[in-house]
Design a protein around this ligand. Structure first.
Ligand code: SF4
Length: 189
């Protein structure tokens, strides 16, 4: 991942010869997106075996630090990328939602493994059939268990999305709700 800017050759005033130095230009917006993508702070919501796979990703062999996303935080106010790793039962759903809501914006969610994404093989009354029923998910990681490479790939995809300037799913939901509220207000007038 690198910052894409424009290299501009410069000449010193009063000199015809090209100096060895050059100037790198970009925009503040691009710079902020590049910095955000390269410094994601994950909050792991680990409930089952997927959390073990997550642990291997942040350990030395897979070394998530290579992607700038190894600063694991268990405080929602200090993290911007929630990784839900494992089965989420209905009793845990309000806790997951509360932690998500306490995270500062902009924030992103990765649903790791089939249990978090769809309930997996737990077709049971007490298991959530996908965390996207309560939180907006940006990237889904398939598999049971999902591979460490799969999670790294998901983080890379998220980084690409942030660098492109695409809104998080959270922002999309907020915008849609605001538009619906405006429409309802207009309909009442
Ligand atoms: S997806 Fe598989 S590995 Fe992950 S929590 Fe469910 S059963 Fe465990």
């Amino acid at each position: 991942m690198g910052l894409k800017g424009e290299r501009v050759e410069t000449t010193r005033p009063g000199s015809d010869t090209k100096p060895p130095e050059s100037v790198f230009t970009t925009t503040l917006d691009k710079m902020v997106r590049w910095a955000r993508a390269g410094s994601l702070w994950p909050l792991p919501f680990g409930t089952a075996c997927c959390a073990i796979e997550f642990m291997s990703v942040v350990s030395s062999h897979y070394d998530l630090a290579r992607f700038g996303a190894e600063v694991v935080r268990f405080s929602p106010r200090q993290s911007d990328m929630m990784i839900v790793a494992g089965t989420v039962v209905d009793k845990q759903a309000p806790i997951l939602k509360l932690i998500y809501e306490q995270m500062c914006s902009p924030k992103w969610v990765i649903s790791m493994g089939v249990c978090a994404s769809s309930g997996g093989f737990y077709r049971a009354y007490h298991v959530m059939q996908g965390i996207d029923e309560i939180v907006p998910v940006d990237v889904y990681v398939p598999g049971c268990p999902p591979t460490p490479e799969g999670l790294i790939y998901a983080i890379m995809k998220l980084q690409e999305k942030i660098e492109r300037g695409e809104p998080s799913h959270y922002q999309v939901v907020l915008d849609r709700e605001a538009a619906e509220a405006r429409e309802r207000k207009l309909a009442r007038v």
